[in-house]
Design a protein around this ligand. Structure first.
Ligand code: HXC
Length: 264
């Protein structure tokens, strides 16, 4: 067993490591992987460990075949008062998930609904099985998306489709999700993990500082006007010339060999 596996025992998650890739599986199958406080807390703990582990170059987050996650845990939420919700700020763990440094790929099979879809959108990339179904059904419960659904979804697919999904609660399949710009790739159900692991292993093989800078820079584009984003990108780009990996990557190209990145 690898480092991240041996040291991590969770009630709601399975954790595995293959080479430089950590695989976190949401594991509440009886509740369609509904996201409760325990799961979110454990997920943040594991992501903290991944960020701290230099052996991990990429993280894959997945669920079960039937559900990636069917939303925030309705049974846990239903009796909350406004004061409970406001004072505990129970959505804050989603912000914490988004603040992690290592690239995070969602491998989505089956339902990704409500908070489950929001969790997938927090990830840096979504790979969808052809069985995947995405939706923001909160309107059907008399509430609204609360973990970025109206924000990240609108940035991903534009206002028209975001309004359509959030105001009607209708689900879209993987093909429509890809066409709309929500998911990066659609793969056959049976090949979901194999294809996702290929992508994750490739990312993990590159220079970690460069990978981290790209993630930071793309996420910056979601939150800043273009001139500010370009300014930050330029700064990060020049910073790559301070790394040994930039020298190695360019030397390897000119010497017609594979680079041997050292992540520094
Ligand atoms: C708690 C859930 C759940 C959820 C499913 N279950 N989704 N429990 N919270 N979000 C439980 C069911 O109660 C049931 O347990 C078991 O999982 C299996 O679900 P079924 O409904 O029997 O399965 P099925 O008929 O196949 O339907 C699957 C489904 C449906 C379409 C995914 O379960 C569904 O509509 N779930 C709710 C989807 C939803 O509204 N999500 C948004 C939540 S609000 P028992 O023990 O009862 O049999 C949200 C707000 C986010 O996410 C705000 C910010 C985080």
């Amino acid at each position: 067993m690898n480092g991240i596996e041996t040291e991590t025992k969770c009630e709601t998650l399975l954790v595995a490591q293959e080479g430089g890739v950590a695989v976190i599986t949401l594991n509440r199958p009886d509740a369609m992987n509904a996201l409760n406080a325990k799961l979110l807390s454990e997920l943040n703990t594991v992501l903290d460990k991944c960020d701290a582990d230099p052996e991990i170059g990429c993280v894959v987050l997945t669920g079960g075949e039937k559900a990636f996650a069917a939303g925030a845990d309705i049974k846990e939420m239903k009796d909350k008062s406004f004061a409970d919700a406001f004072n505990t700020d129970f959505i804050a763990p989603y912000d914490a998930i988004a603040s992690h440094k290592k690239p995070l790929i969602a491998a989505v099979s089956g339902f990704a609904l409500g908070g489950g879809m929001e969790l997938a959108m927090i990830c840096d990339m979504i790979i969808a099985a052809d069985s995947a179904q995405f939706g923001q059904p909160e309107i059907q419960l008399g509430i609204m998306p609360g973990a970025g659904g109206t924000q990240r979804l609108t940035r991903a697919v534009g206002k028209a489709k975001a309004m359509d999904l959030c105001l009607t609660g209708r689900r879209i399949d993987a093909e429509e999700a890809e066409r709309s710009g929500l998911v990066a790739r659609v793969v056959p159900q049976t090949a979901l993990m194999e294809e996702t692991m290929k992508i994750a292993s490739k990312i993990a093989s590159f220079s970690q500082p460069a990978v981290a800078m790209i993630k930071k820079s793309i996420n910056t584009s979601m939150a800043t006007p273009l001139p500010e984003g370009i300014r930050q990108e330029r700064h990060l780009f020049y910073s790559t010339f301070a790394t040994e990996d930039q020298k190695e990557g360019m030397a390897a190209f000119t010497e017609k060999r594979k680079p041997d990145f050292k992540d520094r």
